[in-house]
Design a binder for this molecule. Structure first.
Ligand SMILES: [Zn+2]
Length: 175
């Protein structure tokens, strides 16, 4: 098994839609950032990448790369999931905490879980979404997300001590 942890924060900004967990939420302000600013998807993406010791989201999808300007963060999550699966792991469960003063997430939590279940290809009852307000933190103009993931091995890793070397088993394409 592997465990992964991710953290992210974005500042609220006028004139952009608010997207959290792949769901658009009606609110006067959205989250600024090079991509769509989806703080929860970014935290889960980093948790998945961290669990398999892959490069982090900022390394794979550099904010200085014009390709990712305004990008749908679901693309980042899909790439992280692809890497997890390619490494021979499947997601057991995801837990997350959002910390933001506004808007209240409670009424959107079910939609976010459903969306994440679709993106991650796991049941919604394997996805935890908790939301808290930032009491005493002075971060009322930011949205913060923490995420942890547990991965389970899906296939046997070739033994490093194996003496039977076939050309077929030597190379594995990496994305
Ligand atoms: Zn981010």
């Amino acid at each position: 098994m592997r465990i992964g942890y991710g953290w992210d924060s974005h500042e609220f900004k006028s004139g952009v839609p608010l997207r959290i967990g792949g769901v658009e939420i009606d609110h006067p302000k959205g989250l600024g950032g090079h991509s769509d600013g989806d703080v929860l998807l970014h935290a889960i993406t980093d948790a998945l990448l961290g669990a398999i010791a892959a490069p982090d989201i900022g390394t794979l999808f550099s904010p200085s790369d014009a390709r990712w300007k305004g990008a749908d963060s679901a693309l980042f999550l899909e790439e992280a999931l692809h890497r997890v699966n390619s490494a021979g792991y499947a997601i057991a469960n995801v837990d997350s905490t959002l910390i933001l003063a506004q808007p209240k997430i409670g009424s959107h939590a079910a939609a976010i879980r459903e969306r994440l279940a679709g993106l991650l290809n796991i049941p919604a009852n394997c996805i935890g979404i908790k939301a808290k307000t930032p009491e005493g933190m002075g971060t009322d103009n930011a949205a913060i997300a923490h995420a942890t993931v547990l991965l389970e091995k899906t296939k046997a890793t070739p033994s490093r001590r194996s003496t039977s070397k076939t050309s077929r088993s030597q190379s594995k394409s990496r994305h």
